[in-house]
Design a protein around this ligand. Sequence first.
Ligand code: MLT
Ligand code: ZN
Length: 444
Amino acid sequence: MIRDEERLERFLVDESGLGRYPAEAAVLVESRAEVELVLRLALEHRVAVTPRGTGTGMTGGALPARGGIVLSTERMNKIREIDFDDLVAVVEPGVITGDLQAAVELEGLFYPPDPASLSSCSLGGNVAENAGGPRAFKYGVTREYVLGLEAVRMGGETLHTGRRTSKGVTGYDVTGAIVGSEGTFAVATEITLKLLPKPPAVATLLAVFPDLFIAGAAVSQVLHLGARPRALELLDRTTLEHLRGRTPYRLPEGAGAVLICELDGEAEGLEAQLLRCANACEQAGAVEVVVAQNEQQRRDLWETRRRANPLLKESHKHKIPEDIVVPRGAISEMLHRVDAIAAAENVVCATYGHAGDGNLHINLLLDDDLPDTRRRAEAAVAQIIRATLDLRGTLAGEHGVGLLKSRFIPWEQAPPLIRLQRELKRVFDPEDLLNPGKIFPTTE
Ligand code: MLT
Ligand code: ZN
C-alpha cells in the first residue's frame, strides 16, 4: 500500500487533462485474493475504490473522483496462457496490450485491438473502457475479443463470466456488460481473450490530400470500393504540423490532410486491393499516394500516427480531447461543421482518428487559462456534441465517458435508459463505492 505523498502522486492523474484528484492510498494488488480482500474491507468501511490499469485513459475513468483508495492492477501482469488450438489467451489485467500482441504473434497468432497507447496501456484498462484503435475498422473493438472474465465485485465476491469457447449463449451477457463499464461494475482479475490466426500479409499506403474535406470525402470512395481495409485513418493539417520533424516517418510537406489505409490477408490479391484503394484516393483528389515499402516503413508510419495525442498534448497548455463517432456517410458533413464551429468560437482544433469507423478525435488546443478562452472552448465542445447527435452519432467512440463527458450523457440518452443503467450499477455495487462519480452525472 502506498500512502507516501510523493509515491502516491502518479496514481492521482491520468491522460485526460482533468488534473489531479486526491486519494488516501494506492494499493498495488498482486493476486485475485488481494483484490477480494481490498473490496471486502472497502465495503465494510464504506471506502470508495477506483480501479486503475496504467492510467492512459482519456476521460478520467481511473481518477479517484471521491477519494478513498486507488486499486492498481499494474503488478498483475502475467500472460497465463496462449493456446494455439483453442485460439485463446488468458491474461492478468496488468499485461501491457502491446506485450500480448508481440507474444501471440511469435506463435503465429493475432490479437487485433490496437489502442494508440498500446505500448503502455493495459488489457484490464482496455476491458474497462472497451478500447478500440485503428484496426477496429475491420476487426472490431475489445469487447469482441473478451470471451470470459474473472471479476471481483465490491464486497469481494468473485464472478466467473462467459466462456472459453468461440460461441456460447448461456444466460445474460454479463461479460459484455462488464466490458466497457469503466470499472464501475467489477474489477477484472483474469481475462480470457479470443485470438485469430495472424494475417499472412499486410500492405499500407499514405494518401496526401490538399485539404481535410477532400480527404473526408475520399473515405466514402474507399469504402464503396468493396476493398476491406483493416484501418482507415485520417489526420488533418494541424495534427500533421505538430508531428512533422518529430516522428520516425517523414511526413510530406504541405499536406492539407492524409489518409492512412492498411489492408491485410493473403499476399495474393493484396496488391490489387491496395491499388484499388490508391485509385479511389486519387479519384477523390489525392495529390500523392505513397506505399510503405517494407515492414520498417510501415512501423514508422504507425508509430508516427500514434504520436498524435502525446505530441499535441505536450505542445499546448490544455488539450480537450473529443472522441465522437458519426455514421460513415456523415463524416464530410461533420468535418464541415467542426470547421464552422471552430471558426465561430475562434478555437484551434486538431482532428484525427479512425475515419473508417466515423470515429474522430477532435482536440481543442488551448494555450492559456483566460476565462474567455475556456468559455469559447466549452461552447465549441457543446456545439460539437450537438452536431454529432444531430447527425445521429454518439459522443464517445472508444475513450469512455468517465468524468469528462458525463454531463453530456442526458443529451444522448433518455431518462428511462439512464435510470435502467443506474439500476444495473446498483445490482453490481449497491453502495456506489466502486469507481463512484463516473459515467452518469451526479445530478440529473
Ligand atoms: C488515438 O487514436 O490516438 C487514441 O485514441 C488517443 C487519442 O485520442 O488521441
Ligand atoms: Zn483513437
